[in-house]
Design a protein around this ligand. Structure first.
Ligand code: CA
Length: 229
C-alpha cells in the first residue's frame, strides 16, 4: 500500500483529504502542525507528501527543505491559500514538485497524486533504452540518475521527468502543450508559467556551468534537447 503524509493544520481539510485518500486505497498519516510533520517525515518513509504552506512551528517551505534534504525523490505537493507567483517560485525552488491553490477539488489532488506515484514507481516498461547520452550528459533511466561530464546532478522528480521526456525525443522541438500533457498529465490553466519555471531550473542545473548548452528554446514553438544549437 502506498503511504502518503499530509501536513495540514486546518483539521477539516486534513481529515477530508485523509478520508478521500483512504477511500482510494492509500495509507495516510496526518500531522496538524509542522513539528509533528517533521517528526513523521524523519521517522517514516513516504511515497508522497502533501504539505500545507502556512503551518504552526515550521511552515511548509521549511518542511519542504527538510524533507528534500533527506529524500531527494519523494514527490511533494504544496497546498496553499495563496496563489501568488512568488509563492509558487519559492515552493518550486525549495523542491516542491507541484502546487495546488486552496480551495481545490479533491479529484484534482487525487489526479496529481496518481501522476506522481505512477511515474515514480513505474518500472521501465516498453522502452529498452535505459541509458540516454547527449554529448556529455547521461541519463540512467533505471537509477533515475543524471550526470554531466561525469558529475552527478541532483534533480527533483519533476525536473527528472521533464529532462527524460526531452531526452527521449532528443533533437525534436516539443511544444509546451505536449509537455504539459505528457509530463504533467494535466491540462494546465492557460497562462501558467510552470513549464518555463521548470525549464529555468533545468538550465541552471544542466547547462549553466558548461560552455556547450544542451537545452534550447525555439521561440514560439517549444523546447528541445540537443548538442547542436
Ligand atoms: Ca494552514
Amino acid at each position: 500500500m502506498q503511504k502518503i503524509l499530509v501536513v495540514e493544520d486546518e483539521v477539516k481539510v486534513a481529515n477530508a483529504v485523509k478520508q478521500g485518500l483512504e477511500e482510494n486505497g492509500f495509507e495516510v498519516d496526518v500531522a496538524y502542525d509542522g513539528r509533528i510533520g517533521k517528526g513523521l517525515a524523519a521517522g517514516n518513509s513516504y511515497d508522497l507528501v502533501i504539505l500545507d504552506l502556512n503551518l504552526p512551528h515550521f511552515n511548509g517551505y521549511e518542511l519542504c527543505e527538510v524533507i528534500r534534504a533527506k529524500n531527494n525523490r519523494v514527490p511533494i505537493i504544496m497546498l496553499t491559500a495563496l496563489g501568488g507567483v512568488d509563492d509558487k517560485m519559492q515552493a518550486f525552488e525549495l523542491g516542491a514538485d507541484d502546487y495546488l491553490v486552496k480551495p481545490f477539488d479533491f479529484r484534482e489532488l487525487l489526479a496529481r497524486i496518481r501522476v506522481f506515484l505512477k511515474r515514480v514507481g513505474a518500472e521501465p516498461t516498453q522502452s529498452t533504452q535505459f541509458k540516454i547520452a547527449i554529448a556529455d550528459l547521461e541519463i540512467d533511466r533505471e537509477k533515475k540518475e543524471v550526470t554531466r561530464a561525469g558529475k552527478k546532478i541532483a534533480l527533483t522528480a519533476k525536473e527528472y521527468q521533464l529532462l527524460e521526456f526531452l531526452a527521449l525525443h532528443k533533437g525534436k522541438v516539443i511544444s509546451k502543450l505536449t509537455i504539459a500533457e505528457k509530463v504533467w498529465d494535466i491540462d494546465f490553466d492557460t497562462g501558467t508559467n510552470v513549464i518555463e519555471v521548470y525549464m529555468n531550473f533545468l538550465r541552471k542545473k544542466i547547462d549553466k556551468d558548461f560552455d556547450s548548452k544542451l537545452l534550447h528554446t525555439k521561440t514560439g514553438m517549444g523546447y528541445y534537447l540537443s548538442e547542436e544549437p
